[in-house]
Ligand binder design. Structure first.
Ligand code: PLP
Length: 410
């Protein structure tokens, strides 16, 4: 159906200026960086300032900027320093940039199931995957909605396993009054184009632990001991530094972060109210201790109540130029070729060749929450530059689409 009478509006997009907060402050900072003639963070001031500012915003001892969110996760895993074949428990509903670093560090990603209401791992889903080889747990605060960190941290502490928080989608979110990224041993953030704030590409890693901080710093810097009396390349590491150009943009972006998060929360509260009584539609489930900062606004659609479910709603919403993503990622990460064919280092299959068979058991029966979650979610683009009118437009379009499907229309 293409109904020419349908009202369409152009929603702000995080892929261009319509939905990004990049302006004079960023230009001035980049201009200063360029005029200084120093574009490397080893000598410049902007990346250092970005790191100090972010650490103070989160109230942590150490923050490090790096090349991407994937690099940030890689730094976190490398800081933990798993032995080949050690296991890291994580989620199958995440970005591949959160999983590839585990494999590069020759550890085995072991997938925990998720709570279908939030698509997040929980203490209950993590516990059965812990083994004598578990070296770390990586939790992803999906869409900006915090994992239930209280029970997760308790479980991890009792097992003596560090928690890494993947906060790529969860800037300024909090749990029980604590900023997300500070509840585990290490927090990793992304500054990619589509995240809350951006430097185009970039990442941030935070920790309170001095020993982990030292390893993170070294891993970003080819493990060269800058400033040591007898520096050397102490271990295997890459150049994961952020340049001063990105540092300058990032520093200016940090000034805007609180406002970005606040606005996203306000708009989400508005949409919650507008959608709540639509049959078959469930608004985001946020735990009582959590502040969700809405990287995306994700609804669940019950296919029993709404014929064709999420794909039907997504199809009808396209008529309004609202481009949603049914299922978020189309399949759980373990269904991708990298895991199924073990395409890693040449034809070796390494490090999977070192794994316990149980750690590589991807049978769907083990992941009921993961499949239920993916089948039922519809990811709605979200942006702090949306207006209240935009939110009403989205809500009306969802209501009309659901009503149409329920009436047997298309
Ligand atoms: C974006 C993202 C990453 C990777 O960040 P990049 O900057 O794209 O490398 C990792 N984890 C999650 C959950 C993400 O959303």
């Amino acid at each position: 159906m293409t109904d020419t009478t349908i009202r369409r509006i152009h929603l702000p997009s995080d892929q261009d200026a319509s939905g990004r907060n990049l302006g004079e402050a960023e230009i001035a900072a980049v201009s200063e960086a360029i005029h200084s003639g120093t574009l490397t963070s080893t000598k410049g001031r902007f990346v250092k300032a970005l790191e100090e500012r972010f650490a103070s915003m989160l109230g942590v001892k150490h923050a490090f900027a790096c090349a991407s969110g994937s690099a940030a996760v890689h730094c976190a895993v490398a800081a933990i320093d798993p032995e080949p074949g050690d296991e890291i428990i994580t989620t199958a509903i995440t970005d591949m940039g959160a999983l590839a670093p585990i494999i590069y560090q020759t550890a085995i990603p072991v997938f925990a199931d998720v709570d279908p209401r939030t698509c997040n791992v929980t203490a209950e889903t993590i516990a059965p995957r812990i083994s004598e080889r578990t070296k770390a747990i990586i939790v992803t605060h999906l869409f900006g909605n915090p994992c239930e960190m209280g029970p997760i941290v308790e479980l991890a502490q009792s097992a003596g396993i560090p928690v890494i928080e993947d906060c790529a989608q969860a800037f300024m979110a909090s749990y029980d009054g604590h900023p997300i990224g500070t509840l585990g041993a290490i927090g990793a953030f992304s500054l990619q184009q589509g995240k809350h704030i951006t430097t185009g590409e970039g990442g941030l890693v935070v920790t309170d632990d001095d020993a982990l901080a030292r390893r993170i710093f070294l891993f970003i810097n080819k493990a060269w001991g800058y400033g040591d009396p007898h520096p050397d390349h102490y271990f295997l590491a890459l150049n994961y530094r952020m340049s001063e150009l990105c540092g300058a943009v990032g520093l200016a972006q940090l000034d805007k972060l609180e406002g970005v998060a606040r606005r996203r929360i306000e708009l989400a509260a508005e949409l919650d109210t507008l959608l709540r009584d639509i049959p078959g539609v469930t608004v985001p489930h946020v735990g009582p201790k959590s502040v969700h900062t809405y990287w995306k606004y994700c609804i669940r659609v019950d296919p029993e109540a709404v014929p064709e479910g999420v794909s039907g709603v997504a199809r009808l919403l396209r008529d309004y130029d609202i481009f949603t993503v049914p299922r978020y990622i189309q399949k759980p990460a373990f269904a991708c070729e990298i895991f199924q064919q073990r395409r890693t280092f040449g034809k070796s299959g390494f490090p999977f060749t070192l794994a316990r068979p149980e750690a590589l058991d991807y049978t769907p029966e083990r992941f009921p929450g993961t499949f239920e979650a993916l089948d039922g979610i519809l990811v709605i683009p979200w942006n702090d530059k949306f207006t209240s009118d935009d939110v009403h437009f989205i809500a009306d379009a969802i209501r009309t689409s659901v009503t149409t499907l329920r009436a047997g229309g298309s």
